[in-house]
Design a protein around this ligand. Sequence first.
Ligand code: C5P
Length: 278
Amino acid sequence: MPSTDPSFDPIAEPARAKLNLALHVRARRPDGYHELETLFAFVDLGDIVRIRPGNGFTVTGPFAGALQGEGDNLVMRAAARFAERFGGGPWAIELEKHLPVASGIGGGSADAAATLRALARLQGVTIDALYPIADALGSDVPACLFGVTALGTGRGERLDPIEGLAGQPVLMVNPGVGVSTAEVFRRWDGVDRGPIGGGGLLDRARAGRNDLEPPARAIAPEIDAVLAALDALPGVILARMSGSGATCFALFDSIEARHGAALAVARPGWWVAETALV
Ligand code: C5P
């Protein structure tokens, strides 16, 4: 059991799920990463990180099991990097895991970013000062650090905030299979299909695509069934896979349409979550 100071209320930070409303892969780089253009958005659903003085790391929540025995957790790496740079600790860290693991919605990246934000609040560090650590931890961690709608370029770490679609109803569906991001990128066909266009966010997203869908579908054919189910629903504005998959999402024109869709797509073994963009 971790030891904690019971007199100290934990600092809690939400680790919101990330969606890629569009993800255009533009080029393979010599360093093994890929040059991207992506529309990052965040939803009102995620994991929760709680930190207080003490020792230990506990994982709770519906997806805790998927992380058991994972020694090199991004949360622990984030805390270690923070301590190297800013000092402090030791800390007792609790991760309440609500998001499926290895699923294209940035769970691990959001957890690392929430850990950094919580530690920054504990020690009076600004969020901006965390950027270099976030960048070193992973391509999606800077986006998760700020948690705002943004155009991401480079390997996803260069961010230009854009006007979002706060409140837009979202359904997220994962077919219960984990997909390796590195493996999906390795199978990208190397064809640059062009940049994300201009205009408002919804127009840009709808005219765009996720270039990782074909390689992810080759690895996890279950994604085909999810996208087919989402595409067939009434009230869908946009249905697409997020990140390297296998989670797919749909934007809806109303909460009622989203709720009807949630009931209609439910299948044994599928994770279905009703939420909204923030
Ligand atoms: O940056 P991160 O560690 O999250 O990336 C995981 C893997 O995904 C990388 O090792 C790389 O294989 C792939 N990746 C990529 N291009 C990106 C982001 C990730 O090839 N822009």
